[in-house]
Design a protein around this ligand. Structure first.
Ligand code: FAD
Length: 562
């Protein structure tokens, strides 16, 4: 028996494991389905990160069900399946969402503890700003007073200059639509505008929840982390008044192995991520009674909010043909160039392999007089929060389509940020080793398609700045579409995920009948069961989601300790 059992050694789970075991008298068991991250080079070398998924042993290898808003397409839906979870497999963009995002959570839960004013203290506790890997002067590229320097996860500015960086910065001076943003981390500094990416990278290697929070706690005798341990179910362990207690956890190493049961004295903490947590709740009889009954799962807590309200960001790669030779495309094609770069990283942790895949990006809003706002309420969390994002990439990025054998490209990824479509996660069967049915239900509202359509038009205005005149040649393929209907069809044929699912175990105030967990992240109707991961966000933060998960988990740790 342990005081606490944490399910999932992912982004959130390892924060909680570290904080709870700071007290040497508290025992914690972490159960992780995946493998170790040790020596897994693509999980360490930042530029190689995107090769870790999809369809590898380090990925859960999910796919989405055919998406009706995307002409019936299905595609990969990566999630990290190794120590560190998705923080070991993601693209390392690191920021925290807007203060308006957090204040909306505080209003919804009626808990001022979730307001940015309080959450920013946890950002400070979490973050450790370190110098850019190439040692360049970062003055004017971030605002030190907004950041933490003594936390756990290393965060740095780009450490390898790309020739397009100067063009991006020149664009911010040439087009008032895309102003320069001196700090892209969010909070009470606006996310709007274009600036430098801050990444969870330090000294040329990825900084994940495993290489930080776990590494710093691993030697504690009161912490046990088990890998290859897939949790298959929670068992009711008793009752507390009207509440059902869930302090027993069943796990197994494979579909053919024996199932073992462990018990927590104090609490079970579900940190299996939006997909895993939802699946475990449902397998345990906590969910929509109609869906559970259809699978003959005894209903222990009927809550239709479990697995509903799935929200994600939508990614669209807008590719332009550019002047040959300057982009990274030739480098990526040529083993004689790529090989030495990998050797340099192996020897010194320097060069392009030590860098993430994008140096510059930014966020924008639809103009307030946009026609869509005559019929649709603004879905952003406030007037300072974005509707869409733009990420500037120096090479061909087109999920699912291989780089062409010739040609040089600039990819302006645009992403839908204030998504209004809502989807579901449901069980396919009662077998915990079967993948659940993931339906983000993308692009099924008018707002979502309008916002992405406007982002496509904006990407063309971006490269029309004088800074690109001697570089960008033409839109690639169907990006040349000009009519709304052609742009919409292009989007529905090409868009996919930014890998940010949230919302299927949403938090709300304890007095509210909606939601899955209360403001303290305790599961409604249950005793001894808490959820700490991205699934509890009731709205999607207007940002890449690992950043918000960290302060969420830091604060949750304090809530658990109370
Ligand atoms: P996770 O970190 O996914 O942790 C869940 C853990 O639980 C995993 O280790 C998993 O293996 C384990 N688990 C699941 N089911 C079980 C079970 N039944 N039993 C035991 N263990 C289980 N965010 C950013 O901010 N910036 C980015 O650049 C970025 N890029 C991304 C790129 C990719 C390819 C992916 C997949 C994600 C990306 N994200 C990015 C999103 C971000 O990484 C996630 O939102 C965040 O890490 C989620 O944290 P979590 O704690 O909720 O879940």
């Amino acid at each position: 028996t342990y005081d606490y059992i944490i399910i999932g050694a992912g982004t959130a789970g390892l924060v909680v494991a570290n904080r709870l075991t700071e007290d040497g008298k508290t025992t914690v068991l972490v159960l992780e389905a995946g493998v170790s991250d040790e020596g897994v080079i693509p999980a360490i070398a930042p530029f190689l990160g995107p090769t870790l998924t999809p369809n590898t042993p380090y990925d859960w290898n999910y796919t989405v069900v055919p998406q009706k808003g995307m002409h019936g397409r299905t595609f990969s839906y990566p999630r990290g399946r190794l120590l560190g979870g998705s923080s070991s497999a993601n693209y390392m963009v690191h920021q925290y969402g807007s203060d308006e995002d957090w204040d909306r959570f505080a209003n919804l839960t009626r808990d001022p503890g979730w307001a940015w004013k309080n959450v920013k203290n946890y950002v400070q506790k979490h973050e450790k700003i370190v110098p850019a890997n190439d040692g360049h002067n970062t003055a004017g590229q971030f605002i030190p007073s907004l950041h933490g320097f003594d936390g756990e996860v290393s965060v740095s500015l780009p450490g390898f200059n790309l020739s397009i960086d100067a063009r991006v910065m020149a664009t911010t001076g040439q087009l008032p639509e895309f102003p320069y943003n001196e700090d892209t981390s969010g909070g009470d500094h606006s996310l709007l505008g274009i600036g430098f990416v801050q990444s969870s990278i330090g000294k040329g290697v990825r900084s994940s929840s495993s290489t930080s929070y776990l590494a710093n706690a691993n030697s504690r005798p009161n912490l046990t982390v088990l890998i290859n341990a897939t949790v298959v179910k929670l068992l009711q362990s008793g009752k507390k008044g009207a509440l059902k207690s869930f302090r027993s956890v069943q796990f197994s190493s494979s579909p053919d192995s024996v199932t073992m049961t462990v018990k927590a004295r104090k609490e079970v903490i579900l940190s299996a991520g939006t997909i895993g947590t939802t699946q475990i709740l449902q397998l345990s009889g906590i969910g929509n009674s109609a869906d559970l009954k259809a699978l003959k799962i005894p209903v222990l807590i009927n809550n239709p909010a479990v697995g509903a309200n799935l929200i994600d960001h939508v990614l669209l790669p807008n590719v332009f043909n550019v002047k040959d030779g300057e982009s990274l495309d030739n480098f990526l094609r040529d083993p004689n160039l790529l090989g030495p770069a990998i050797d340099e990283w192996t020897a010194n942790k320097t060069g392009i392999i030590a860098n993430s895949v994008a140096n510059t990006f930014g966020f924008a809003r639809l103009p307030s007089n946009s026609t869509i706002f005559k019929t649709v309420a603004d879905p952003a969390s406030g007037p300072k929060s974005p509707h869409w994002e733009i990420i500037v990439s120096d090479f061909w990025i087109y999920p699912g389509v291989a780089q062409p054998a010739t040609g040089s490209f600039l990819t302006l990824i645009t992403a839908l940020i204030s998504s209004t479509s809502r989807g579901t996660i449901k069980l396919q069967s009662t077998n915990p080793f079967d993948k659940p049915l993931i339906d983000p239900n993308y692009l099924t509202t008018e707002f979502d398609i309008v916002a992405l359509r406007e982002s496509v038009k904006a990407s063309k205005r971006f490269v029309a700045a004088p800074a690109w005149a001697d570089y960008v040649i033409s839109p690639f393929g169907r990006l040349s579409a000009t009519s709304d209907i052609d742009i919409d069809n292009y989007i529905r044929d090409v868009a996919s995920t930014v890998f940010h699912p949230v919302g299927t175990a949403a938090m709300s105030s304890s007095s509210s009948k909606s939601g899955v967990v209360d403001q303290n992240l305790l599961v409604k109707g249950a005793d001894g069961l808490r959820i700490v991961d991205a699934s509890v966000f009731p709205f999607i933060p207007s940002t890449h989601t690992q950043g918000p998960v960290y302060p969420l988990a830091e604060r949750a740790s304090d809530l658990i300790k109370v």
